[in-house]
Each structure stands twice: as structure tokens, then as C-alpha cells.
Design a protein around this ligand. Structure first.
Ligand code: APR
Ligand code: ZN
Length: 227
């Protein structure tokens, strides 16, 4: 069983900013003001302006070679992608077996009637957007700091990690839990853990192989051994 855990770094080559590191979003913005339920409660307009901007950036992005390689590995070897990303680029590259641990920026949820649906409008005309059904306030259907991850996604991710023979970890700072625990579960269950990241992370010492390269170039190095 081949499994890949991906983070913002795999979409960096598509022009989607990462959160940490030199150019990271958390260098310019305060996550406690933009990515928590309290922030949204206090100021939904500002939170939505930030998400509307991120949606516009992501709408212009194309899947890159790394996304496409993982889609090829799904077709050839049944690879599962467990992603922390909300950009939907794995699916646009052709991956179907994708577990979104942190939700999807293109999906919204109504705080009044609970309706949950894809809203791909770019740019968003009305900010904050309202529910067409009940007029309630919509929120991005993503996981904010302090919120629980979708139960079924997390359960499936734990199960796949425990059954993986090879566990790729691509483009994540391996600092946000519970996602950061998955490679350690795979390692404990006997998987070969391969990390691809231009920088070292807290996971690096546990990896069987840690490739200090970008996602596309790093995958080129190992894909031959995986097919
Ligand atoms: N290829 C591979 N990795 C890269 C590349 C690249 N071209 N460019 C940067 N990276 C690496 C960085 O070295 C860093 O380790 O990608 C990682 C990105 O780390 P983060 O920005 O912390 O992103 P991520 O690990 O996905 O964050 C986890 O934190 O803010 C929350 O919910 C958000 O899902 C996100 C979670
Ligand atoms: Zn509603």
C-alpha cells in the first residue's frame, strides 16, 4: 500500500503560498485573526476577504508535475493521497483517492441551516456570502485552528497510515497535529518513510530517506523505485 501525506509545499510550485518558511502566509498574516472560529465570529468580513483572496490565487494555479506524478502513482499503484491542503489541486491533477484532512476552500457551509456545497465563484460578489436557501451566514468548509478534523477523513487517514508499506511525506513542515502524527504511525507499523522537502523538518530524523529537494524534482528521484 502506497500512501502520500502532502502539505502546502507540494502546491508551492503552482504559485500557491505556503504557511511557514520565508515566504509563508503566517509571516504576513496573524492566523489567530484569520483561521480560528473566534476570528470568524468576531469579524466574518475580514476572514472572508482573506479567503476570497486565497481563492483567487488558487483559481489561477495549475496542478504541477508533483501533483500529476501522484495521480500517475494512483493509476499505476493505487496510491492514496492524504492532504492537509484545501486547494483541490490533487483532484484537478486527476487523483481520485484523496483524503482532505483540513477541508476544501471551494466548499462552503451555512451556519444556520447546515447546507454544505461547492461555491466556486471567483471573485465572490458578496462578502461575507449568504446562504441561497435560508439567508444564513456561510463559512469556508475548512478546518481552523482549534477545530476538530472531519472524523471519517481522520479515521481513514489513520487506517491507511497503519497499513502503508511506503509512506511519502511531501511538502509539509510536519508541525501541525494530528496530521504530523501520521508518518510516525506509518513508521511504527513498519512502513518505509520517504520525506521530500527542501528543508529539514522534525520528521527528518525518523525518515528512512529524506530528499532535500522540491516536490517535483524529489519525486522524479524516487518514482522509478515505486512503480
Ligand atoms: N516542494 C516541497 N516542499 C516545499 C517546497 C517545494 N517546492 N517549497 C516549500 N516546501 C516545504 C517547506 O520547506 C515547508 O516545510 O513545504 C513545507 C510547508 O510547510 P507549511 O507552510 O507549514 O505547510 P503545511 O505543513 O502544509 O501546514 C500544515 O498548517 O496552517 C495550517 O491548516 C494549515 O494545512 C496547513 C497546516
Ligand atoms: Zn442556510
Amino acid at each position: 500500500m502506497l500512501v502520500a501525506l502532502t502539505g502546502a509545499g507540494i502546491s508551492a510550485e503552482s504559485g500557491v503560498p505556503t504557511f511557514r518558511g520565508e515566504e509563508g502566509l503566517w509571516k504576513r498574516y496573524d492566523p489567530s485573526r484569520l483561521a480560528t472560529p473566534e476570528a470568524f465570529q468576531r469579524d466574518p468580513k475580514t476572514v472572508w476577504e482573506w479567503y476570497a483572496w486565497r481563492r483567487e490565487v488558487i483559481a489561477k494555479a495549475e496542478p504541477n508535475e508533483a501533483h500529476r506524478t501522484l495521480a500517475d502513482l494512483e493509476r499505476e499503484k493505487g496510491l492514496w493521497v492524504i492532504t492537509q491542503n484545501v486547494d483541490g489541486l490533487h483532484q484537478r491533477a486527476g487523483s481520485k483517492k484523496v483524503i482532505e484532512l483540513h477541508g476544501n476552500i471551494w466548499r462552503v457551509r451555512c451556519l444556520s441551516c447546515g447546507a454544505r456545497f461547492y461555491d466556486r465563484r471567483v471573485p465572490l460578489k458578496e462578502i461575507p456570502p449568504r446562504c441561497g436557501k435560508c439567508g444564513g451566514l456561510l463559512r469556508p468548509d475548512v478546518v481552523w485552528f482549534g477545530e476538530p478534523l472531519p472524523e471519517d477523513a481522520l479515521r481513514k487517514a489513520y487506517d491507511l497510515s497503519a497499513r502503508a508499506e511506503v509512506f511519502l511525506v511531501i511538502g509539509t513542515s510536519a508541525t501541525v497535529y494530528p496530521a504530523a502524527e501520521l508518518p510516525l504511525i506509518a513508521k511504527r507499523s513498519g512502513a518505509k518513510v520517504i520525506e521530500i522537502n527542501p528543508e529539514e523538518t522534525p520528521l527528518t530524523p525518523f525518515a528512512d530517506l529524506s530528499i532535500r529537494k522540491g516536490a517535483s524534482e524529489g519525486l522524479r528521484e524516487v518514482v522509478g523505485d515505486l512503480i
